[in-house]
Ligand binder design. Structure first.
Ligand code: DAH
Length: 345
């Protein structure tokens, strides 16, 4: 009986001596097996009652040797893993293997177009002005010469804040014109990119939130010719050096005279016919000379200063450039859609 137990202890001792570990997980397994709270050696101590009295001392000695061997082995393994002699958990990690390619994020198409527009205007001295999206009635409408009974103020179009008749989500970036003119002295030369909101039914062509870039230039003797030249420069930078533009008379409460600018898109294929309604021309923006009443509202003397302003939508330009047919794709953040713009700056 007791020789069986001696043999058992001996075999545990042998397996400890022969043990090897290659990573920290195996080290932990070793620790649990021989040094953990329910380790195999402890169980062997329990066997001492079955050993003949005259061999109890010898048995105890042997068990202590086993325990010591387990402790020594554990320390040895731990040292090896910490010093990196054996790998630390990655199994067969190959340090010479090429690294996994990093997934590079992509810019949102709206940001791509916005950044291009900003760079184009920065080159001719326009600073970027960013302003609040929650506006008051005065900056969004009144200062911009849009009287209280103007249909644009309609509850149907404008998101007012809860329980408020004067706090709203700006309906256009033209509100930034009022913010800047009341806080800076001319000369003023800014563009104001940002998000705007309108209470519109969401469809493939319109959304309740979108982006605009506003432009404002106020100085002495600013003329319509300056406006036209600035817009021609923009169109050619944005759409190609040979791009033709045309200005059509229009109406906006904050400009007089007002115009809309079209760029010549061409009629090269069926798509062109569809998106230009068969004319070849595409409307890109609204513009005009800042109405003297707007200058006055904002504390700038219209006798001394004049200026031009323009405002353009971003989504439409992104859709044109990237042949996107549904505006909702720009707001859904579907990574399968967005990944297509990877690498486009
Ligand atoms: N605020 C106008 C809109 O949202 C766009 C616009 C037209 C802005 C003419 C201007 C401008 O600054 O001069 O439809």
């Amino acid at each position: 009986m007791s020789s069986d137990i001696f043999a058992k202890v001996q075999s545990v001792l042998d397996s400890i001596k022969e043990a090897s570990v290659t990573n920290s997980q195996e080290l932990e397994t070793f620790r649990i097996k021989y040094l953990g709270s329910k380790n195999e050696i402890k169980a062997l101590f329990g066997e001492i009652k079955n050993v003949a009295n005259e061999r109890k001392k010898e048995f105890g000695q042997l068990l202590n040797d086993v325990k010591k061997a387990a402790e020594d082995k554990f320390e040895q393994f731990r040292g090896e893993i910490e010093s990196g002699d054996v790998s630390s958990g990655a199994g067969d990690l190959d340090l010479s293997a090429p690294s996994e390619p990093l997934e590079i994020g992509s810019r949102h198409p709206v940001s791509i177009i916005l950044n291009r527009i900003i760079r184009i205007f920065e080159r001719i001295g326009f600073a970027v002005a960013e302003e609040r999206e929650i506006e008051d009635d005065w900056h969004n409408f009144t200062a911009m010469n849009t009287p209280a009974d103007h249909p644009a103020r309609d509850m149907q179009d404008t998101f007012y804040l809860k329980d408020s008749t004067s706090q709203l989500l700006r309906t256009h970036t033209s509100s930034v014109q009022a913010r800047i003119m009341t806080s800076q002295k001319p000369p003023i030369r800014i563009i104001a990119p940002g998000r705007v909101y309108r209470n519109e039914t969401i469809s493939s062509r319109s959304h309740c939130q979108f982006h605009q870039v506003e432009g404002l230039y106020i100085d002495k003797d600013v003329s319509f010719a300056d406006l036209k030249q600035t817009l021609l420069y923009f169109a050619r930078e944005m759409y190609g050096v040979d791009t033709e533009i045309r200005l059509r008379p229009s109406f906006f409460p904050f400009t007089e005279p007002s115009a809309e600018m079209d760029v010549y898109w061409g009629l090269n294929n069926e798509d062109d016919y569809r998106i230009t309604k068969g004319t070849g021309w595409l409307e890109i923006l609204g513009c005009g000379m800042v109405d003297p009443k707007v200058l006055e509202n904002c504390g700038i003397d219209p006798e001394e200063y004049s200026g031009f302003a323009f405002g353009m939508g971003i989504e439409r330009q992104a859709m044109l450039q990237y042949k996107i047919t549904d505006i909702r794709q720009l707001f859904e953040n579907d990574t399968r859609f967005l990944k297509q713009f990877s690498g486009v700056m």
